[in-house]
Ligand binder design. Sequence first.
Ligand code: FES
Length: 168
Amino acid sequence: MSDSETQPDLSGADLPTDDDGEDTLGRRLFVRLAMTGAGACYAAAIGYPVFRYLASPAEKAMAASAVTEISLPRADQLPIGTAMMFKFGSNPTMLIHHKDGSWTALDAVCTHLGCTTQYQPERDVIHCFCHGGEYNAYTGANISGPPPRPLKKFAVKVSEGSVLVSRA
Ligand code: FES
């Protein structure tokens, strides 16, 4: 038995070649790997947003319930008659410094279809631009429009240098 019968030929001399004598097996392998990689990237690009969309309600509920209070540094400097938005867990929330000097923190998510509401200082109401729902800016109670429930109200504690907002 000779060496050529027992040892595989690794020289590449017997690999298929194209008309130019190039190694077509290497090209095929490269193209196959490139297509597999591109397919994996495409699947991830499609699948990840779908996964996030499906997982988000449960994650949002967990994140929202995990947070019980939040400190807003320098929010005590909020000018009278204005409001600021912040996140309480994953929910947009608004802190209002009313013209009479009082403070209110309300969940800013409209109870109708979930649009983010806005404070209208000239009328001192919370307004939803999606379908015209309005809420009392002090209590979150419904004033008009289609929203079925009031906005959730939070407890507010103002101190030197910060405002603490917590579940009421
Ligand atoms: S979503 Fe706010 S009124 Fe419809």
